[in-house]
Ligand binder design. Structure first.
Ligand SMILES: Cc1ccnnc1
Length: 293
């Protein structure tokens, strides 16, 4: 994306604030030319190398490069335009107005398996699109997963501020992410990979089905210790009536050995995601199907 030289406000009229983070604020905006409703993410630039405020320019450029590469999938946010002011870089993004998956779960405390499975399938389709392009999200959590519209299990992965391209054979190590969602390799400062995102899918699935966080401790260090020792359990309070398929799906992701952890393709083939409906394309000629089970 070439950064627009023209002033942002020449092209867009700013509306309500949609959300804000540590160094970014997102507004609903209207395109003056077309009337289109979009979202504008104002990212505060870091002014001095030694400052702790604002985002370094190369990090912002990396987010733009990732967004440009992954745009075009229905489960991934689309970047439309980029502007710059003295203090901010402005990303003009597709507007997603169904609210965060986080709020949707809170409103219901937890979801039934069919709804949770439908949401997770959408998340997996978005992640497959990223991983097929060697992009790793690295900050998957319910706050970064938004509903397209309320009440529909259609989601968009947003916020690629920590995402990056990770190519096979080029080890990448970094201490980033949100403690309760990070995988053991992040805590141990070992190589990050697409498997790091898959661990987070396990945490999101656990939360959707129970409302609770599997590894969260009373302190950050206790959380990290639970993660590196893969210390979790399916509390009877919330998982007593959860299917074996759902628990097996989660346990295939809470695997410390990244080479043994389920990949996004394996997750999409898992019975909990494929569900009972055997589509016509699953019926091989001559195969017998036991419909009684
Ligand atoms: C918060 C947000 C981000 C991107 N698009 N719509 C809303």
């Amino acid at each position: 994306f070439k950064i627009n030289e023209t002033p942002f406000s020449d092209s867009y009229e700013i509306g309500d604030e949609l959300g804000s983070g540590q160094f970014a604020v997102v507004y609903k905006v209207t395109c003056r030319k077309t009337g289109a409703k979009l979202a504008a993410k104002f990212i505060k630039k870091r002014r001095y190398a030694t400052s702790r405020r604002g985002v370094p320019r190369n990090h912002i450029e990396r987010e733009i490069e990732v967004l440009r590469d992954v745009g075009g999938h229905e489960n991934v946010i689309q970047l439309h335009d980029v502007f710059e002011t003295p203090n901010d870089i402005i990303l003009v993004l597709e507007l997603v107005s169904g609210g965060e998956l986080f709020d949707h779960v809170c409103a219901h405390e937890y979801l039934n398996e069919a709804e949770a499975s439908a949401f997770i399938k959408q998340i997996l389709l978005g992640i497959r699109h990223l991983h097929n392009r060697f992009v790793v999200h690295l900050d998957l959590k319910p706050e970064n997963i938004m509903l397209l519209r309320r009440g529909e299990p259609r989601i968009k992965l947003i916020d690629f501020g920590l995402s990056r391209h990770i190519y096979p054979g080029i080890p990448v190590k970094d201490m980033i992410g949100t403690p309760e969602f990070v995988a053991p390799e992040v805590v141990n400062y070992e190589a990050l990979s697409p498997a790091t995102d898959m661990w987070a899918v396990g945490v999101v699935t656990y939360i959707l089905l129970s409302g609770g966080s599997p590894f969260l401790g009373r302190t950050r260090d206790e959380t990290f210790c639970n993660i590196t020792s893969v210390n979790y359990h399916f509390s009877q309070t919330y998982f007593a009536n959860t299917s074996q398929f759902a628990k097996d799906f989660i346990s295939r992701l809470f695997v410390k050995d990244v080479s043994a952890r389920a990949t996004v393709d394996e997750c999409l083939q898992h019975p909990w995601i494929r569900g009972p409906d055997i589509g016509i394309n699953d019926i091989r000629v001559g195969a017998t199907i036991n419909l009684s089970k």
